[in-house]
Design a protein around this ligand. Structure first.
Ligand code: CA
Ligand code: CA
Ligand code: CA
Ligand code: CA
Length: 376
């Protein structure tokens, strides 16, 4: 048993040393919003239309990549798409559709060059991803007094599938489809000035039309994006995120969102970068409370997967992301040196322990917990 541990120990020590000098994700990058056109961030759009809602409609939009300078370098997960109609002429009420579908992609075509033919735009865009497909119903809050203030972005669609968008890949392409309107209140909100360098939308009242309508509309649009590493877009860096990342690495995913350290590869270095740089915690912090201590051991041994070969996640002791909980995870955690050191920020102010010290501590704890595990 000891020989096996030592062998694994030396392998992982090499990995840890080799991986300690690589890239670092954008520190302090947080969730946020982008409003397009940028020029209308704090004002309404220009003009006003008063459409009669058709029974169903289709639209396509292109948002220029330069609109997204607020986002972290390297891109982020878009988590909602919200619209702000013009302030006047819309009473309180509900607006919705029995079915509302949004699909996102990326295109090399600029908004001003957008075709009025749907199929032409699809040809120049990447394969789109359906990000929302459900009934959609929102409550409209009219400013008081109506028309005086900028409206809120109360036409909100929280995406069912967050979309990873990196503006370096091109402009954001959105395809919309909606049918069977559910409306109370007067609808008069969209801009007539639909074609601009920032954003262009074409639409057709009959989705079967190959071409869009005679023109289009424009709505001041807000996209919300998640902080790096928040892969499920729930505004928390949690166990679900590190488990998704571990699975992505094991499955050799090529989804750019999982390249946490932005070095072009999706590998264990990204796992380490999530733990240390994004979550700012230690390997071994099973409950992700920012410290690695005995409460983490209680949790992982209660889960009961130690050396069973059964599938395990971070909260169950899989700290190296290989999908099981074994002595290798202990080596990883103790080599990182966070046991009973408190929060990571606190320990960063004091000198790192020497490698000999780490080795001695690691082997000491390994022997203790290997015995404990065998007794359980
Ligand atoms: Ca999350
Ligand atoms: Ca990487
Ligand atoms: Ca903990
Ligand atoms: Ca493991």
């Amino acid at each position: 048993m000891q020989a096996t541990i030592m062998k694994r120990f030396s392998v992982f020590a090499a990995i840890v040393v080799a991986g300690s000098t690589c890239c670092v994700p954008p520190r302090g990058a947080v969730a946020g919003t982008v409003v397009s056109p940028n020029a209308y961030e704090n004002t309404e759009g220009r003009g006003e239309s008063n459409p009669a809602w058709p029974l169903s409609a289709k639209a396509q939009s292109i948002f220029h990549r330069s609109e997204f300078t607020n986002m972290p370098t390297g891109g982020a997960m878009l988590t909602s798409m919200n619209l702000r109609p013009n302030g006047g002429g819309f009473t309180d009420g509900e607006l919705g559709f029995e079915r509302y579908v949004l699909a996102f992609g990326v295109t090399s075509v600029d908004p001003e060059d957008m075709s009025t033919v749907f199929e032409v735009n699809l040809l120049s865009a990447s394969p789109t991803t359906v990000v929302y497909d459900d009934q959609w119903l929102v409550e409209i809050v009219n400013p008081d007094p109506p028309g005086r203030d900028t409206r809120p972005f109360d036409f909100r669609a929280e995406l069912e599938t967050p979309f990873f968008y990196n503006p370096e890949d091109g402009n954001l392409f959105v395809e919309w489809f909606f049918e069977r309107p559910l409306i109370t209140g007067e609808v008069r909100q969209f801009d007539l000035d639909y074609r601009s360098a920032a954003q262009t939308t074409i639409w057709a009242g009959n989705p079967a039309d190959a071409a869009g309508c005679c023109g289009g509309f424009s709505v001041v649009t807000e996209f919300t994006f998640a902080a790096p590493g928040d892969f499920d877009g729930n505004d928390v860096l949690d166990a679900n995120d590190i488990d998704r990342l571990s699975a992505a690495i094991r499955e050799m995913s090529e989804e750019a969102v999982y390249d946490v350290n932005r070095d072009g590869n999706i590998d264990p270095l990204d796992h380490g970068s999530w733990v240390k740089d994004l979550k700012n915690t230690w390997f071994g912090d099973a409950n992700l409370d920012g410290e690695f201590n005995s409460s983490d051991f209680v949790q992982v041994f209660q889960a009961g997967h130690y050396e069973t070969g059964q599938a395990a996640v971070w909260s169950e002791g899989d700290w190296n992301g290989d999908g099981i909980f074994s002595s290798v995870d202990f080596v990883k955690a103790f080599l990182a040196g966070g046991y009973e050191q408190g929060q990571r920020d606190a320990i960063n102010a004091v000198p790192e322990p020497t490698s000999m010290t780490i080795t001695a501590i690691s082997l000491f704890f390994l022997s203790i917990f290997t015995r404990r595990a065998q007794e359980l």
